[in-house]
Design a protein around this ligand. Sequence first.
Ligand SMILES: Cc1cc2nc3c(=O)[nH]c(=O)nc-3n(C[C@H](O)[C@H](O)[C@H](O)COP(=O)(O)OP(=O)(O)OC[C@H]3O[C@@H](n4cnc5c(N)ncnc54)[C@H](O)[C@@H]3O)c2cc1C
Length: 333
Amino acid sequence: MRSLSYIRARDVREAIETFAAAGEGARFIAGGTTLYDLMKLGVERPAHLIDIAAVEGADRIDTSGDVLFFGAGALMADVAEDEVVRRDYPVLAESLSKAASQQLRNMATVGGNLMQRTRCPYFRNGAIGAYPCNKREPGSGCAAIGGLDRSQAVLGISDACTAVSPGDWPVALTALNARIEVHGPTGARSIPIAEFYRLPGEAPHVEFAIGAGELVTGISVPKTDAGRNSTYLKIRDRESYAFALASAAVALAMDGDHVRQAHVALGGVATRPWRAHEAEVLLSGRTVDREIALAAGRAAFAEARPGVHNAFKIELGARTLADAIMTAGRKTQ
Ligand SMILES: Cc1cc2nc3c(=O)[nH]c(=O)nc-3n(C[C@H](O)[C@H](O)[C@H](O)COP(=O)(O)OP(=O)(O)OC[C@H]3O[C@@H](n4cnc5c(N)ncnc54)[C@H](O)[C@@H]3O)c2cc1C
């Protein structure tokens, strides 16, 4: 049996200092819905757990200022059910309410959701030497490439990794240009979400733009009138309690019946929450109809590289995006 220390931090400073003092093998734990899973699978083997669930003010939700602010410790269920979020930013509420199950959302935090690891089956098989995985053991190889890759990414992949970024919430946050608020031993910083998730490249194990010991304290989302004309469409193998095969977050800012600015991001198809700039450019200045929606969907996947079993994601993803654009477009009328 491996020993494990467990400490419950009361505030941000205590969490960061305790982590730094614990050193190698320390992990923050919030709702525990992912981390405990990975520990049972043998993928994560922490020696010290610093519980941040009771950090003072960590669950703050504030929609009254210039930005929407969600404390990292806010529960997924509480943000999904917030009245202002549901009315003015349905893309955010829907991305959360379509994730996991009600029981999980009652436990899991929006900060933990940002930091969850991939569901790639080879990564999650933690038996030592079972399958090579560059994310789990850097330099060991990637069993998914040329293997059972139905769920793998078609965008943002490298020769070292094709694992899909699993979260729904980060996709909606990407569409709305959120910033991730972080505190660490050297102070606080605010990171645009576009820079928070790394492409796998040669180093798939480096997934986030924060270092060990840095604590995500909150998420800020600029307010936008595109919020009301927004939606999150998620296609999965079954209608609940499943990760996305393809998903799309769309928010449309309008000038009359023309799109002034489209905010578009994709999930379930890429190695990180994927901003679909090509689709945004195509939609700009246009009225929304089926033809332009499908053209935007196809443009978003122009650079897609399928593996052996996942080419279907290209057409599925393009049509998912087209349907989401149509839904957001109907909200503008
Ligand atoms: C059966 C099942 C189905 C699921 N389906 C979906 C789905 O469809 N869509 C979806 O998006 N998600 C899904 N999830 C994932 C779920 O949403 C995550 O497990 C949850 O959001 C993680 O939050 P948590 O607070 O429990 O994180 P934890 O498990 O406590 O932590 C997760 C990771 O984040 C780190 N961490 C947590 N908080 C912080 C912080 N503030 N700062 C720095 N690091 C931090 C931890 O160290 C750990 O590495 C599913 C999970 C399960 C078990």
